[in-house]
Write a protein that binds this ligand. Structure first.
Ligand code: IPE
Ligand code: IPE
Ligand code: MG
Ligand code: MG
Ligand code: MG
Length: 383
């Protein structure tokens, strides 16, 4: 089946399942809270992370029905992150998924609680939907992706970097151009130098990650999980030894990439544990690397859509990042250098997929190359 049609059919299927899950678990939930949860969760999202759970599960040769509770859980966590991201204390946005944000429609307190409730419900669904050993792996994956070393940590770094031009620049020169110059596509020469330094350092990090120096945890004896999404901060979380671009990349990897990685990893592991009682770690490693590229591409294009996107198509306000002094790719690099950087990350993702397909030869799985199509989608997305 053509990828676009496959995704549309999965979106439909997810809408139905999200609604069912909400109904199934809402006995005794106060009406206002339940309404707010439903308002944000069932608004028109792309269901990108559920799709990753489903695709990971396909690669692992699993049954689709086994991936659905995890796909619902990850979308609940993602929706909670959006509700909180939009709060006045964070990005202060009033439009999301084509509608007023949760705190605008309800109250700020209700929005905070609706986010809390979706986050908590996600873990309840995992615990109730799988045998204990698979549930434990899923809970670990989702907690790591969403938690202080993943999404929440990235959100903290994002807020700290707001309105601090030059904070992470070793030479102490301001790096965020004024809002008006963001649309200009010419990067400065110091920007070009910093692109080069990241390209060089990525070469090194590739070697480091292929020798797998990441900390791993093994809670079931069957599966391992890297706990650090990158080694970008030292023990005190200080970015002082990083270039601005490396630091920005680490924010994006955490605030957005971590949950994307968790989604694909979860789907694959559910399938493998169910079918074989163990996980093919080599395939998981390549999936993880692919998801890293995908996640970074996803947030870079999110930054681009804020500058170049259409309000109706993206379903949220545009041109907000520069106004708020957000630390973004277009803000740091300008548009044309951002596209160059995006393309580099895309190429790494493509190359990883090539390795993955070679490793998977004869293992069924991603015959239609949906993972490749998904990467293409992210590169060209308008919403
Ligand atoms: C928006 O995520 C927030 C980011 C992490 C960039 P999506 O672009 O996936 O938003 P929805 O789920 O489609 O609304
Ligand atoms: C959000 O990044 C990442 C989250 C974890 C929600 P942004 O703040 O750029 O997302 P949008 O642009 O508001 O969707
Ligand atoms: Mg934000
Ligand atoms: Mg935001
Ligand atoms: Mg954004």
């Amino acid at each position: 089946m053509e990828f676009k049609r496959y995704w549309q059919s999965q979106q439909k299927m997810m809408e139905k399942n999200l609604e069912e899950k909400l109904n199934q678990f809402s006995d005794g939930t106060p009406k206002e809270l339940r309404d707010a949860m439903q308002y944000s969760l069932l608004a028109s999202g792309k269901r990108f992370r559920p799709l990753l759970v489903l695709l990971g599960n396909r690669v692992g040769a699993g049954e689709e029905s086994d991936a659905i509770p995890a796909a619902c859980a990850v979308e609940m966590v993602h929706t909670y992150s959006l509700i909180h991201d939009d709060l006045p204390a964070m990005d202060d946005d009033d439009f999301r998924r084509g509608k007023p944000t949760c705190h605008k429609k309800f109250s700020e307190a209700t929005a905070i609680l609706a986010g809390d409730a979706l986050l908590t419900l996600a873990f309840q669904i995992l615990a109730q939907s799988y045998p204990a050993s698979i549930a434990a792996v899923c809970v670990l994956e989702l907690a790591v992706g969403a938690g202080p070393n993943g999404m929440v940590g990235g959100q903290m770094m994002d807020l700290q970097a707001e309105n601090h031009p030059g904070l992470y620049n070793n030479s102490n020169t301001p790096v965020l151009p004024p809002a008006t110059s963001i649309a200009s596509s010419n990067a400065t020469s110091s920007t070009a130098a910093s692109v080069k330094s990241v390209v060089a350092s990525e070469g090194i990090s590739k070697i480091v990650s292929s020798s797998n120096s990441e900390v791993t945890a093994n809670i079931t004896g069957k599966s391992s999980r890297p706990f650090a999404f990158d080694n970008s901060t030292n023990a005190h979380g200080s970015p002082s030894t990083l270039s601005d671009l490396e630091y920005l990349q680490s924010i994006h990897r955490k605030k957005t990439g971590a949950l994307i990685q968790s989604s694909l990893r979860m789907g694959f592991q559910i399938a493998q544990l169910k079918r074989y009682g163990r996980v093919n770690e080599e395939i998981l490693h390549y999936l993880d690397r692919y998801a890293k590229s995908l996640g970074l591409c996803f947030q870079i294009t999110d930054d681009l859509l804020d500058v170049e996107g259409n309000h109706e198509a993206v379903g949220k306000r545009v041109n907000k990042d520069a106004e708020r002094g957000k630390f973004t790719y277009p803000g740091l690099l300008g548009l044309s250098e951002t596209r160059i950087k995006l393309n580099e990350v895309y190429e790494v993702g493509k190359e990883t997929l090539h390795h993955l397909h070679t490793k998977m030869d004869g293992m069924v799985a991603d015959r239609e190359d949906y993972l490749g199509s998904l990467l293409e989608f992210v590169m060209q997305r308008t919403h």
